[in-house]
Design a protein around this ligand. Sequence first.
Ligand SMILES: Cc1cc2nc3c(=O)[nH]c(=O)nc-3n(C[C@H](O)[C@H](O)[C@H](O)COP(=O)(O)O)c2cc1C
Ligand SMILES: [Mn+2]
Length: 468
Amino acid sequence: MKDMRDFVAVCEEKGLLKRITAEVDWNLELSHIAKLNEEAQGPALLFENIKGYDTPVITSVCTTVQRLAIIMGLPEDSTLTELYNHWAEKAKKPIPPKYIDKAQAPCKENIMMGDDVDLHKFPIPHYYPLDGGRYYGTAHFIISKDPDSGWVNLGTYRSQLLGKDKVGTQFIKGKHADIMLKKYQALGEPMPVASVSGCDPILFLVGAARIGAFTSEYDVAGAFRGEAIEVVKGEVVDLPIPAHAEIVVEGFVDADKFMEEGPFGEYTGYYSGVGTDPRNFIDIKCIPYRNNPIHWGTTVGRAVTDTHMTMALSYGATLWQQLNEMNIPGLKAVYCPPEGAGRFLAIISMKQMYPGHVDQVLTASISTEMGAYGLKTVIVVDEDIDPWDIPRVLYALSFRFQPNRSQVIKRGRSTPLDPSLPIDARWITGRLLLDATIPYEWEHKPIPIELDPDVVARVKARWSELGL
Ligand SMILES: Cc1cc2nc3c(=O)[nH]c(=O)nc-3n(C[C@H](O)[C@H](O)[C@H](O)COP(=O)(O)O)c2cc1C
Ligand SMILES: [Mn+2]
C-alpha cells in the first residue's frame, strides 16, 4: 500500500468502503454522517459530492480493527492485541525513507504558490457545533526536523483553518514538534514544517503514535511496509514529504506569533481550547497536491469512533513495544481499550515469576514514553486472564485486587485535554496502579473451585435424560 488510493481500492473490493454520491455539506453535515456511521462501526466513507467543491473527502478510515489490520498488512480477522504484537516485532527493524525524483512524485502534480495559496479551495469540514471553525488537520500529520540532530518527526497535531494561508497548530508541551519549535525559537528562526492530508494510512498511524524521541516515524512506517517510504524534498522547506501525498501544506511556524484557535470537539467527548491561550500557526508558503486530490478527515468527539480506534492501536501498540524493550520477563498481553481512547486506561496480563514482579510492571508501564504521558489507571491481572476480556478483568478486580497492594502516584505528566482535571490545572495528573493478581509469594493461595472431570463427563452423558 503506497497511498490513500490503494487503501480505497482494497476496501472497496472488500465492501468496506462506501462512496457517497449525494450532495453533502462540509458544514456539520459531513461530520454528523461520518460520526453516526462510525458509532455503528460502518464502512469508510468517500464523500464525492461536497456542496460547492470538486475535491472528495474520506473519513472513517480507521474505525474498525479489520481496517486497521488492512492498513498494517495483516489478516482481516486479527485482534487489536495481534496488531500490538506485530507492531512491537516490526518496529525493531526501522527502515529510513528514500528520496525519489520530483518528476516521479505525484504530490507535485499541482503547486499553489505565493498569492495563489488558498486552502479554502479544498472542502475542509466543520465538525462540531461549538468548534471555532473548520479543521484542515485532523487525520493528518506535521513533519518537522530537529535543528541539532536532523531527526525528522511526524506528529498528528490538530490544525484549524485560520485564513487562506494560515492554519493553527497545537503542539502540546513536550510533544516532539514542541521540543523542536523551542530550539528554533532559541535560534531566532521560524520552524519549517509540512502538513500532509491523504497518504498511505500507515503514516497517519505512526504520526499519532507515542514513538520515543530521536526516532523518525518514517523509519517505523518503513519497518511496517518492509520497504523505504518514498519521499520527495519540499518546495520551500527542506523536509522529506511523502511522494504519494494527496495534499501538502508547506510553511513556517514562528514560536513568537499567535492567533486565536479553537475550541475543538476532542476525543474526550468535551471541547478543548475553551478560554485558553492563543496558539502558534503555520504561515503557508505553498500547497503541492495531486490531480483530483482526496482530503482525509476524522471525526474526533465522543468515544468510540475512528479516532479512538486509531489511538487504541497507536498508543496501545507503543505501550506494548516499549514494555517489551525493557526486557521484563513474563509479559503476556496488553489491552488499551478504545473506550479510553487507548491512552487513559491500560490492562496488562502477566505470568508472575518473583515477588515484586507485578510492582515492576506497574511502575514500568507509567515510565514508558506512552505511559508517562497521561496514562492514569493501570490494572495488572494474572496470566489466566485475557486483558481484553472485560468480564474476567472485573472478576479479578473483585476477587483478587487488594487496595493495600496497589498504589496511588500523586504526580505525573498529564494531557491538558483530560476533562477530569480543572481546566486551568491540567499539566499534572495522579495515577492509579491496581494489582489485581494473587501474590506470587503467598504460600497459601486461594484454592480455585474446579469441577470434578469424572462427574462432568457423567452428567453430560445424562443431559437429555435430565431434560436439559
Ligand atoms: C486525530 C488526532 C488529533 C490529535 N491532536 C493533537 C493535538 O492537537 N496536539 C497534540 O499535541 N497531540 C495531538 N494528538 C496526539 C498526538 O498525535 C500524539 O501524542 C503523537 O505522539 C504526537 O507525536 P510526537 O510523539 O512525535 O510528538 C492527536 C492525535 C489524533 C489521533
Ligand atoms: Mn515523534
